[in-house]
Design a protein around this ligand. Structure first.
Ligand code: ARG
Length: 370
């Protein structure tokens, strides 16, 4: 891969970003980029800023167009990030950003079966992104740091392996470890939606340095029950998730929370800020860093799986995002199977996310069946 802007002067870089701002007005980095702010930094800060925004310059069709490289970047380069964050998360200037957390959801009884008994076999998934304060974010990690981080996680997982509820195995993509899996096993885990895809296929991640040194330091932990999974070395250091079939959303959240607390007790602290909550590589994930979703058949609202637009339009009224069941940028699956999830990550609590998913599903379901 070639990086045509690497040797460009600052003037050329600024001109390029300005041009992207007019051809791609939805690129939030380009929309909010301020040449004067960039121009007044010292050289080492300019280099750091460049690494952060490079993904948005090399991929003009970016929606956000920036990945933090270190946990301190959001505070240190606040004038760069803040306008993008407010724009994406729809937080007006007069509203203070101060992320609150609330995990009361597992104590409630949000069960989709109460909406319709037919919803008893829905695929549910909730994940949170987490990064360790002790390491650079994935975009800036050296190969040695990726391996050091994985070693630290393997040690924590070896303790978790003895847990009655969370016992499981660690599967590594790093060549030559006792836990290393072969290509076929990897592909099967990807097909089963347990393991993440080869990150080298994602140009946004590549430009952000996040997929560098692939597949070193990458892997996943999966509980014997199959419903608790931890990704190591993807877009964030950790993606911790719970996946289940059924309708019991509270049970799903409870499973994630317990696992998160157990794992968190075995490793150094997560990067967290009073304002932005859990620090993530991508500004879209700040706050709760949580994505809670479920797969729903909506044949009517997707015109038999051929058009996501009516479903997207209906879902937007309930603060839900719609995508195909095959992941980011995929189409609706056979029979109109889609993935719905509350859009907000920052400025909402974990419990509010679950409530939005429950109430939004209820609303979409009655539109579909009306
Ligand atoms: N960097 C990409 C963009 O700006 C992805 C943004 C959201 N997706 C994500 N996986 N973080 O469009």
């Amino acid at each position: 891969m070639s990086f045509p802007f690497e040797n460009a002067s600052n003037e050329e870089k600024v001109a390029k970003i300005k041009a992207i701002g007019s051809t791609h007005p939805n690129n939030l980095m380009a929309r909010h980029f301020r040449a004067d702010y960039f121009g007044f930094r010292d050289e080492s800060q300019q280099n750091r800023l460049w690494q952060i925004i490079r993904t948005g310059v090399e991929n003009p069709d970016s929606q956000m167009g920036a990945y933090a490289q270190n946990s301190c970047d959001y505070a240190e380069f606040e004038p760069l990030f803040e306008p993008m964050i407010r724009d994406y998360h729809k937080i007006p200037l007069e509203q203070e950003i101060r992320q609150k957390h609330d995990w009361a959801a597992p104590l409630s009884s949000f069960n989709l079966v109460d909406i319709d008994p037919d919803l008893k076999r829905v695929s549910m998934r909730v994940r949170v992104g987490r990064n360790l304060a002790d390491f650079p974010l994935p975009g800036a990690m050296t190969k040695a740091q990726r391996l050091e981080f994985e070693t630290l996680m393997i040690k924590a997982f070896s303790t978790l392996q003895d847990d009655l509820q969370f016992g499981g195995e660690y599967l590594s993509l790093t060549p030559g470890l006792p836990q290393t899996i072969d290509d076929e096993t990897y592909e099967n885990r990807v097909a089963a939606h347990q393991m993440f895809k080869n990150m080298e296929g994602d140009p946004y991640l590549a430009s952000g340095g996040i997929s560098s040194n692939w597949p070193f330091g990458r892997g996943m932990y999966i509980s014997n029950s199959g419903d608790f999974i931890v990704w190591v070395g993807e877009e964030d250091h950790l993606r911790i998730m719970s996946m289940r079939q059924g309708g019991d959303l509270s049970g799903l959240f409870g499973r994630l929370l317990t696992g998160l607390e157990k794992l968190g007790g075995l490793i150094p602290p997560f990067a967290h800020s009073e304002r932005y909550g859990y620090i993530t590589s991508c500004p879209t994930n700040l706050g709760t860093a949580m994505r809670a979703s479920l797969h729903l058949f909506l044949p009517k609202l997707t015109e038999g799986g051929h058009n996501l637009e009516p479903a997207k339009k209906a879902a937007a009224k309930f603060d839900l995002s719609v995508r195909g069941a095959g992941g980011e940028h995929s189409d609706a699956g056979l029979g109109g199977l889609i993935d719905i999830s509350p859009s907000a990550r920052l400025g909402v609590t974990e419990t509010e996310i679950m409530r939005k998913l429950y109430e939004g599903t209820s609303a979409l379901w009655s539109l579909e069946n009306s």
